[in-house]
Design a binder for this molecule. Sequence first.
Ligand code: DX5
Ligand code: ZN
Length: 214
Amino acid sequence: MRVRIAPSILSADFSCLDREIKRVEEAGADLLHIDIMDGHFVPNITIGPVVVKYIRRVTRLPLDVHLMIENPGDFVDSFVEAGSDMITMHIETISPSKFKAQSSKLKKKGVKPGISLNPATALEKIKPVLNWVDLVLVMSVNPGFSGQAFIPGSLTKIKKLRSMFKGDISVDGGVNDKFCADIINAGANILAAGSFIFGAKDARQAIERIRNAA
Ligand code: DX5
Ligand code: ZN
């Protein structure tokens, strides 16, 4: 599977977000990872659909929207309207039956449904929805902030997941050039990275270093 790189704008300079997005787009990003936080599911607050709508206007990159919010089902429609291409919800925030309903709605609208799980959540929890997702996003840090250290135990989870799931596996949190070879070899094909890419002087070099690690 081709490795795709998704810079996470949580580490961008929001005072010039359009330029920051152009910077990673020109540097070879494949997707744009957008973290949505509500101050309830995670101890941080970021942005909502209105900002996603304006991001949609300044880039052609597919928008990979990561919902770290309670009651995600209440907000899915507005993120679809805003122009999301992929919408990932956390299994800790939605029941499998409600997720299935959201998933078929998303697919009808041409948006890819994803499920995510925290480091402390067992893979068993997402098994009931695996047939309903295009993407599984494995959190390799506790969600809420960029710049945290990669949790090495995530590699075992990715390997196990790859043995039972053929779709996209994304890894999010603490991704840098140190761990990316292991992450890719474990079976992940989308790498979301915030501080490593936006914090780099040369974003292209940072992206290439992740992509070519395997
Ligand atoms: C964490 C977010 C991540 C984060 C990644 O809750 O979901 O997407 O922005 O940032 P880094 O790569 O700096 O860990
Ligand atoms: Zn994220």
